[in-house]
Design a binder for this molecule. Structure first.
Ligand code: FES
Length: 107
């Protein structure tokens, strides 16, 4: 189910925010005018990625430094080896809407 989570204007380029969507912890990121939603916890030791650094399309885990591509959830750097979930994002009525029911990868 598509869930409106925040106004499009709430995030600027290079910003992200952590939200709970239908009981799932999600990190919403804005990069170059596009929005992406990924699981808010690292696949290594479940550290919250909300305190991580977003650089381009990569988010780094604040605990041990694993990096993930927010477009695909792909793990780009150890010590994590598994991807993180990604969730479809739709922009509707000035809102960022996320579908958490179809996440891929590891929650
Ligand atoms: S918990 Fe994220 S790299 Fe270890």
């Amino acid at each position: 189910m598509l869930t409106p989570v925040l106004p499009i204007a709430a995030l600027e380029d290079g910003q992200m925010t952590a939200l709970k969507v239908q009981g799932v912890d999600v990190l919403v990121c804005c990069v170059e005018g596009q929005f992406f939603a990924v699981a808010a916890h690292c696949s290594h030791a479940r550290q919250s990625l909300a305190g991580g650094r977003l650089r381009g399309y990569q988010i780094s885990c604040p605990l041990h430094g694993a990096r993930f591509d927010i477009r695909s959830g792909e793990c780009l750097a150890a010590p994590a080896t598994s991807p993180i979930s990604t969730f479809p994002v739709t922009l509707e009525g000035g809102k960022v809407c996320i579908e958490v029911g179809s996440g891929m990868g590891t929650l």
